[in-house]
Design a protein around this ligand. Sequence first.
Ligand code: AMO
Length: 425
Amino acid sequence: MERTLIKDALQKKENTKVLLKGWIHDSRDLKKVRFIVLKDRTGRIQITGINGKTASTVFDEMTSFTRESAIEVVGTIQDSKQAKSGKELLPESITIIAKAEEPLPVDASDYSKSDLANRIDNRFLDLHSKKAQSIFRVQSTILQAFREFMTKNETIEAIFPAIIGASSEGGTDVFEIKYFEKSAYLSQSCQLYKQMLACSMEKVFAIFTAWRAEKHNTLRHLNESRQLDYEEAFADDKDVMKVLAECMKYMIQRVLDQNSEELEFLKVNLKIPKTKYLTFDEVAKLMKKEKIKIPEHDLSGEAEKKLGDLFPDTIVFVTDWPIKGKPFYIMPDGENSKGFDAIWKGLEISSGGQRIHEPELLKKQLKANGMDPKNFKEYINSFKYGAPPHAGWALGLERITMLMLGIENIREVTLFPRDRDRLSP
Ligand code: AMO
């Protein structure tokens, strides 16, 4: 017999015989009646054993299975007033496929009481839970929607190296690794590569893993995170901010369309955001009024949070950022720059801007940032041969997932997080 998925079994007429495969979510023994709730990737169904009616060998063993064990059940579909779905399965045979040992190291029930560290330690089992599955189904939709949006807009997908010879974002937050006789680094972003590609193929996107050796352990930082990158030629900061806003709206709409069940389970009221543009100077003034201190060239976490409170359900683009607060590749504009950050729900979700496409200016900015142009020879040279103005951005995948779902700790929306203390599983 072929396997039937639970969602299809629930549509079958009474007395249809089916074979189901899945995991034991729950079981109850009322002595004369025994229940098992079976789950697979498509839903849940109640298996009902009745003393005297169900074969005694099957009825007897119904209490012996442990939670989260994988089983195979053959039986007939019955209409049921008591069962939530209106249908239940009367079992003819139950076969164990893979037994779950007891006790389970983590609570995989719908409203798991296990703490997050324990759940991540046992991710393989935590992923049996509805909460973890809901989060990663939504994340999968976000990734698919990003690809869809970009592909519809004639943007090509690219894969870039993860090992690089020189820091791509500047600063000291870079993981050094041994590369044969030389030193190399884990990539902090695909910045320099996506620029080179945009200068020939015009519109490029990537889903890129970025490594940052930031020592602080916060609820919104990972040492390994995923970035949704975009870069476009013949474009400036304003052009690409529009693309970013449209892209976010598209991804959120996809989640609303595709994940209503998950959003309901996670009790999330997700809305399509509005957009607002403020210059860094305007934000600095606003913060002064609110008595929030900010560094000269940057926004503090507190300032980002305030922007979220002042402009709810809005992506706030903070534009004309002071050049001193932006990386070496951002185009200067007097004291300011063509760089921006995007803040949503009180957190930075993206940064980007127009890039420098002139070799001499690039050398000057590298030096101004304490970097040696010699280490960037190939990158600088790539702008000598018909490189047009170009701009782009990167969104943090885990950040947008946590904000969409109202989850506080970024680790919860990361399958296998890497932070200061965690390198496994
Ligand atoms: P930036 O460093 O601002 O820009 O990163 C872009 C976005 O990626 C996310 N992000 C992180 N998420 C979790 N943990 C981290 N440690 C972390 N670091 C970054 C954030 C952030 O807004 N090359 C530029 C982008 C560009 O200009 O195109 C860059 O990497 O959501």
